[in-house]
Design a protein. Structure first.
Lengths: 384, 255
């Protein structure tokens, strides 16, 4: 690489900083904005941690709200509610709103007259942070003014997870990943075959693949799960576990989407690549294997990973099938907990469980996408 | 119309390539309207004409990247438009070089050449490598064997593409406007390789806008316009005295 650059004559040198100097007014707008968001967001976290960790007991107010000591987790719920209603919190929120409003006015009033890039950016950033602080503080105040005790009791009472967490939860997390991963692998294999059929110049080969893709993309996944289960059971006398049927339907469904991803990836390779390979005497399949597919694979990795993220969330739909306890995935785990305890905090925990898988994946997709994009520039560049 | 080429092929020597009454439709667009051509071993056929006139289509009908709608193509005495002809085998003996180079971007220069040697001609790894290096030397790029196409200039890429086609040891080479995508300062090195190839006796069909090259290197020249051969003959004579008004107009624009 280095030799090629030297030959083409690229000189590597960091560009100069042309943003210019700061000024008191613009810096004030920026710091006001930062202070405002810190008051609101930092204050919320600080107050809640303080209430949660300082070993408090059930207050009179909480008992009046119906959080009696016999309710499991009542203290934790009480702490959240008391923290929200506390004078510290109120002071921080109104303080944040005041600072935010000043930042908004100052930033928007002055940014057009700022004479350097740095000053303009500071003024605008301060105003934007101010808006965020004001909106966030307003939402928290509105929530605190409603019935935060009811919501908290039903959705944020993590003490109710005792006995279900972490053991059964982690097992459900594992089952979710297995369902999605095996489904994705099966889908990729089905999709590859379908995409080759769809790209055929013969209608006889295209038509069945097209019908398959359109059918499975055009009907709800939840219907496919239920119908295939009973189709196998009643129609074909095949008794499979709900988990297995889930894997099959996820494969079959993902196959339809993956086929479109592969088709688009293969079609995105310039026509000249196929022609060059054929003009060297390669057969159609040799050209595909050595010239087209290796290039297409790089381009389909990000969309396939996105499909995987979607499938992880869609595994929740197996809830329509009767899973055995050992097969519970996150959503079935949550529903069982909810029906045992009449508390929806299980759904909150489930959402966090999905995030623990999807967030790293989303991060990875973005990274891969970025790298491929810069890599493809290197390949496509240096033309004529 | 006098057809000097037809009389030349009547000399009894078997033409390497013969095309007869070639027609090509794209949808209802009648691109080629009855083109004939015959070329003996060692001859260079230059094809000129305005864009959209059918030159490239004619070339692509030669190795059947496009199948002629009507008409026949004989190559080395075999009718390759016969549906039973093994086109993959035929194409190993007909090299083609494209305007956009079409090197495989995920392979090094040498891999671009060895891949077909190994997978199509079934050469062993080191045999393929030796033959590829020989061809890279031929085009003066043996020091770029391990570079990827993206690291080469356009002229270098096109020379690798020529080496790739030559490594198959073809008996006929097709060049489709191979210098049109190049920066002006890179055109010379590619034309030089082609000139050398012609001197070594390679049979070639060359679609080009390089009139100097056409005049000096062409054995025969044809002017294709509106899907027909509007004029054909010896290049020097055609440049000196174009018979048709269409060719005169074309020359007045490009010369």
């Amino acid at each position: 690489m280095a030799t090629a650059e030297a030959e083409i004559g690229i000189v590597r040198e960091a560009p100069p900083d042309t943003r210019g100097r700061s000024s008191p007014v613009s810096a004030a707008a920026l710091w006001l904005g930062i202070a405002a968001i810190t008051f609101v967001l930092g204050g919320l976290i600080f107050v809640q941690l303080n209430y949660a960790l300082s070993g408090r007991v059930l207050t009179r107010d909480c008992i009046d709200l119906g959080l009696t000591p016999d309710i499991e987790g009542a203290v934790g719920v009480c702490n959240i509610v008391e923290g929200l209603a506390s004078s510290e919190m109120t002071t921080l929120l109104y303080g944040g709103i005041a600072l935010g409003l000043v930042a908004i006015v100052l930033g928007f009033a002055t940014y057009k007259r700022m004479d350097t890039i740095r000053r303009r950016e500071q003024a605008l950033t301060g105003a934007i942070l101010g808006i965020q602080a004001v909106v966030l503080a307003g939402v928290i105040l509105a929530f605190a003014g409603g019935n935060p005790d009811l919501f908290t009791k039903h959705f944020l009472n993590f003490a109710r997870l005792t006995g279900y967490f972490p053991g059964a939860f982690l097992k459900a997390l594992k089952n979710t990943v297995i369902l999605a991963f095996v489904g994705e692998v099966g889908g990729v294999i089905i999709g590859l075959v379908l995409s080759i059929m769809v790209l055929s110049k013969r209608r006889a080969a295209r038509a069945p693949a097209r019908a398959y893709i359109n059918f499975f993309r055009g009907t709800p996944l939840i219907w496919q799960l239920a119908t295939v289960y009973f189709l196998l059971l009643f129609g074909f006398n095949i008794k499979l576990s709900a988990f297995t049927v889930g894997v099959i339907v996820f494969s079959v469904n993902t196959g339809a989407y993956a086929a479109e991803v592969f088709r688009a990836g293969i079609q995105s390779i310039e026509r000249g690549q196929m022609e060059a390979a054929r003009s060297l005497g390669m057969t159609y399949f040799q050209a595909m294997r050595f010239a087209i597919v290796p290039q297409a694979v790089r381009r389909v990795i990000p969309p396939l990973m996105n499909e995987f993220v979607i499938l992880i969330k869609d595994t929740a739909l197996v809830i329509v099938l009767g899973l055995l306890e050992s097969e519970y995935e996150l959503f079935t785990w949550a529903r069982t907990g909810v029906s045992d305890t009449f508390n929806a905090t299980f759904y909150t925990a489930t959402a966090l469980g999905y995030l623990s898988i999807t967030l790293p994946l989303i991060y990875l997709v973005n990274k891969v996408e970025k790298r491929l994009r810069s890599g493809l520039v290197g390949i496509a560049g240096a033309g004529g | 119309m006098i057809d000097p080429q037809a009389s030349a092929t009547a000399s009894g020597i078997e033409p390497l390539i013969r095309m007869e009454e070639i027609h090509k439709w794209f949808g209802d667009n009648h691109v080629l309207r009855g083109v004939d051509l015959a070329l003996e071993p060692g001859e260079v056929q230059v094809i000129i004409g305005p864009s959209g006139g059918g030159k490239s289509t004619l070339l692509r009908c030669t190795n059947l990247l496009e199948r002629p709608t009507l008409g026949r193509v004989w190559f080395e005495g075999q009718d390759i438009t016969d549906i039973r002809a093994d086109l993959d085998a035929v194409r190993t003996r007909m090299g083609m070089v494209f305007q956009q180079f079409n090197l495989f971007p995920h392979m090094t220069a040498i891999r671009n050449i060895t891949i077909a040697l190994e997978k199509v001609l079934n050469l062993k790894g080191n045999e393929a490598r030796d033959r590829a290096m020989e061809q890279l030397q031929h085009v003066g790029l043996e020091h770029k064997a391990d570079a990827f196409p993206g690291q080469l200039s356009g002229g270098q890429q096109q020379r690798v593409a020529i080496a790739r086609a030559l490594a198959m040891k073809p008996t006929l080479m097709l060049f489709d406007e191979v210098t049109s995508a190049l920066d002006p300062e890179l055109v010379g090195e590619v034309l030089e390789v082609m000139r050398q190839l012609a001197e070594e006796g390679m049979t070639m069909m060359v679609v080009t806008h390089e009139m100097g090259f056409a005049r000096e290197v062409g054995t025969w020249m044809m002017f294709v316009d509106g899907g027909v051969i509007a004029e054909r003959g010896r290049p020097k004579e055609m440049f000196a005295k174009p018979d048709t008004e269409r060719l005169q107009q074309f020359f007045s624009k490009v010369l």
